[in-house]
Design a protein around this ligand. Sequence first.
Ligand code: SAM
Length: 242
Amino acid sequence: MSKFYVVATPIGNLEDITLRALRVLKEVDLILCEDTRVTKKLLDHYAIKKPLLSYHEHSKLAKIDSILKELKTGKNIALVSDAGTPAISDPGSFLISKIKAKFSKTESPDLSTERFREKFGDDVQIIPIPGPSALITALSASGIPSSEFTFLGFLPHKKGRETLFKEIAEAKRTMVFYESPHRILKTLESLQKFAPNKKVCIARELTKIYEEFKTGTPLELLAYFSLNPDKVRGEFTVLVSS
Ligand code: SAM
């Protein structure tokens, strides 16, 4: 039976990778990645040499077909993204759904006993290898209530954006989303307009040299980032308290 591993990789600091992830990356036949240059940097750091095949959001169906064929021949494959956990605001879910559709003998949850597996087990086992994700890393050290939250991924640029900010303003639980440095000021302005009294935490450059958590009202954060343009750089995760 082939194995398809969904492997989490560091979000900045190359030490943030599990022993199991390293072993799997060493053992598989092929690694699917978004940008081969990014993944090669990680593999070089750990002296892992493996064939890499790019798989990203624009990959064609023909690419998926060739991956399915590799699995059918018994190859073990790992999927990684540029950073963090694959399929979380990153490519992965569509490919995994295709693998399940092709190789799953049943999706029925009440028949998943060991005996059932032996008899009717899937031809490809999909195995998650957990590790870093920016949203969980941000939540864990933000001091923002984290037992219940909603993750919004990246906010839409146009359609539905205003509705989403209204939802954030009325939310009864913490809202978390990803943002780019080009849009962070615009987003803070929208928060100031729709949710001026909310407590917001900006988690920037997590696990990297310039890691920073900055908490305040939207207005306070706007003032901070406007006065410190050198901080409007890098990667941002935004948390808005309920
Ligand atoms: N799959 C990834 C994960 O599990 O975190 C997320 C991929 S998504 C394409 C990339 C976005 O995640 C960035 O634009 C940023 O908003 C957020 N992000 C990634 N790394 C980060 C970091 N080191 N610090 C803060 N946010 C980060």
